[in-house]
Design a protein around this ligand. Structure first.
Ligand code: WTA
Length: 667
């Protein structure tokens, strides 16, 4: 493990964030209509959420559907928390059924646009109908409460239908991002022993077809637990030819033509209420070892967390069209495309493709055409838009926007100001939301209409969040003193464990600083109580908003027959926040050349996915190590960032051992 900060975001990153002292009051017209209007209201609710947590959460969740109320609000036996103990609910009743008796019935739940430009709208009535239809057929395929179902799809309304249908039956979904390779999909399916896989023939990405079913076939060939594969047809046979395996594979549309059994239909129509702690989903994410972590979320607490945050952070109203540009394969898609907005009866735009297809004006054209009011996106996208030039957004009418959001990595003040000026026309507040796959819901943010914003700061703790910046001993840091970001008390939407690896759940989060949750991030809190998150201080990188474990990359690299040893580090990158640089030592007899670099890049594509391909492969004759044999990552980070020059024949092999000697043996 390394402990120097490797979180950064471009050349104007940390330093400019340290100097930043601009603040912007919430725009008056926004505040006028906002759900919360004053900092005093926030303070009152925040105080209540900590001191009378039960009352707070009871009052804030009265619009959710519980088949049986809770007996006890919280049980906390470190590191295991339970919330809404004794309650029974089916999460889909809060997301769908409850809207059928209100104005939301005919409101758009999902407005979808495909990359080629076609659109489809599903009202709450229609989304409910589709979920019931599909759930009934899944039940007939043998999906039972507690079974795991893997979902490997792109951004389609059907992806949400698949997730909700699983939840309706009490099956635990595990969505695997469509950018992951067949190998990565296989490992995730095998880890959770999924019984059914739901996929699609192909997905559009920048004008190309990503052959999801083909990759799914390769994965399933080595996934003994998969009994059935349901395939949604997005393409034509010409665009994405697929082979259907008799007895295993079935087209989504054909499945819907089957008449469901009475029992299955009953389970889909009148859904069972599950225990508050019933597992809702597993989502794999990167940690500091080579093996991804199966973060497990349960039902009632997660629902409460995403419901309440969606309501206050995005100030959702029936008149809004809300657009979260994340992929549903990451936690942001789970919490803020599916469960949070739908439980609030919001209308969500879902877009299938790339932001620059057919040209870099695509997002802005969509905002104009659909009348998007809330945009939630990532700093890496914002930085790409800046690079593509203001002419693109300036061509379109963005006056429907009233609120902007940012998530996934630290936003540098320059990008923040551009977002506010060029996209928000200084009319829209910006919420910079900090959270993680493990936290389930937003933890740090400003509330629009309530708080002043500071470019680069993630604002204040959300309700119920007891968060702090500490030194190693657990003592709170002084104002503006940098330290580790920790959370002192459990919160409803927190991950309950790592799937079948509770020991790692304890050691990864709860033992580094005994008794508190360690986020893996470094931060400081300023004199006004605003948090500034610096980035990861563990061996996790944040490359273009994707969380990538250095150990995962390293173990993928050493699985290549030519590689003896490898070290992956991050390097500040203007566009991606961090770029991935790998140092590789080859086995003797192997040649360090461009061909080998290409082969190693392709190897990562296959083992993990294209999004994890290193930006730079550098060969070294040996990796610098401490006396106890630990790779000196801090030194490698400096070399990667160009702070320290490597000596030797840098065109091919770098002699890093010389450097290590110059530096002395750091432990
Ligand atoms: C980083 C994404 C600064 C952070 C929701 C965290 C952020 C990791 C922000 C979690 C933000 C997320 N400002 N850093 N607003 N949001 N991060 O699990 O390092 O994919 O630990 O969840 O992203 O990434 P994950």
């Amino acid at each position: 493990m390394s402990n120097g900060s490797n979180g950064s975001n471009g050349s104007d990153g940390i330093e400019s964030r340290l100097k930043e002292d601009r603040r912007f009051s919430p725009p008056t017209p926004f505040t006028f209509r906002a759900r919360l209007k004053t900092a005093a209201e926030y303070e009152r609710l925040y105080k209540q959420s900590l001191e009378e947590a039960e009352t707070f959460w009871r009052e804030q969740t009265t619009d959710l559907v519980f088949q049986r109320p809770f007996d006890k609000f919280r049980e906390w036996l470190l590191p295991h928390a339970k919330f809404f103990v004794g309650a029974k609910l089916n999460i889909t009743e809060s997301c769908l059924d409850r809207h059928l008796t209100t104005d939301a019935r005919t409101r758009a739940a999902i407005v979808w646009e495909g990359e080629p430009g076609e659109t489809r709208t599903l009202t709450y009535f229609e989304l409910h109908r589709e979920v019931v239809r599909f759930a009934a057929r899944l039940a007939d395929l043998g999906v039972k409460p507690g079974d795991r179902v893997a979902i490997y799809m792109g951004m389609l309304p059907e992806t949400a239908v698949a997730m909700l249908a699983c939840a309706r039956l009490g099956a635990t979904h595990s969505v695997v991002f469509g950018g992951f390779s067949a190998e990565a999909l296989r490992d995730r399916i095998n880890d959770c022993e999924a019984k059914v896989l739901i996929t699609q023939d192909g997905a559009w990405r920048r004008g190309n077809v990503v052959p999801l079913k083909k990759m799914a076939d390769d994965a399933v060939a080595q996934s003994p637990t998969i009994e059935r594969v349901v395939v949604y047809r997005r393409m034509t046979h010409e665009l994405a030819p697929v082979t259907m395996k008799e007895g295993r594979d079935i087209w989504w549309d054909d499945l819907l033509t089957h008449t469901p059994s009475e029992e299955a239909l009953a389970r889909a129509k009148k859904p069972e209420g599950f225990d508050a702690e019933h597992p809702l989903f597993i989502l794999y994410t990167s940690g500091s070892t080579g093996k991804p972590k199966g973060v497990l979320h349960t039902t009632a607490g997660y629902l409460a967390g995403v419901h309440v945050t969606s309501k206050y952070v995005f100030d959702l109203k029936p008149s809004d069209l809300y657009w979260c540009t994340a992929d549903v394969g990451w936690v942001t898609g789970h919490s803020y495309i599916v469960y949070g907005p739908l439980s609030n009866g919001a209308s969500c735009l879902v877009y299938e493709g790339a932001p620059n297809f057919p040209d870099p004006g695509r997002f802005w054209q969509m905002i104009e055409r659909h009348g998007v009011t809330i945009l939630y996106t990532a700093p890496t996208a914002i930085r790409a838009f800046i690079r593509w030039g203001d002419d693109w957004p300036n061509k379109y009418d963005l006056s429907s926007l009233r609120l902007l959001g940012s998530v996934g990595e630290p936003i540098n003040p320059e990008a923040w100001i551009w977002y506010q000026r060029v996209i928000g026309k200084e009319r829209c507040p910006i919420v910079d939301t900090w959270w993680q796959t493990e936290t389930g819901s937003i933890m740090l943010t400003t509330l629009p209409g309530t708080h002043a914003t500071k470019p680069g700061s993630t604002g204040k703790p959300f309700f119920g969040v007891h968060i702090d910046v500490v030194k190693d001993a657990g003592k709170s840091c002084d104002a503006n003193e940098g330290g580790k970001l920790i959370i002192r008390e459990p919160w409803p939407a927190m991950a309950r464990t790592l799937y079948r690896d509770d020991a790692r759940f304890k050691s990864a989060y709860w033992e580094q600083m005994p008794g508190v949750y360690f986020t893996g991030d470094g931060a400081r809190r300023d004199q006004d109580g605003y948090f500034w998150v610096v980035g990861r201080i563990d061996d996790v990188l944040n490359v273009a908003g994707h969380r990538i474990g250095t150990a995962e990359i390293e173990s993928a690299l050493v699985s290549h027959p030519a590689v003896a040893e490898a070290a992956a580090v991050g390097k500040p990158d203007e566009l991606k926040g961090q770029a991935l640089v790998v140092f590789v030592t080859l086995k003797s007899g192997q040649t360090a050349d461009e061909k080998m670099k290409k082969a190693l890049g392709e190897h990562i594509d296959r083992e993990i996915g294209k999004f994890a391909r290193p930006d730079q492969v550098r060969f070294a004759d040996a990796l610098p190590k401490t006396r106890s044999g630990k790779i000196m990552r801090r030194l490698l980070r400096d070399v990667a960032a160009g702070v320290t020059e490597a000596r030797g024949d840098t065109s091919t092999l770098e002699d890093l051992s010389v450097l290590a000697k110059l530096r002395g043996d750091e432990e």
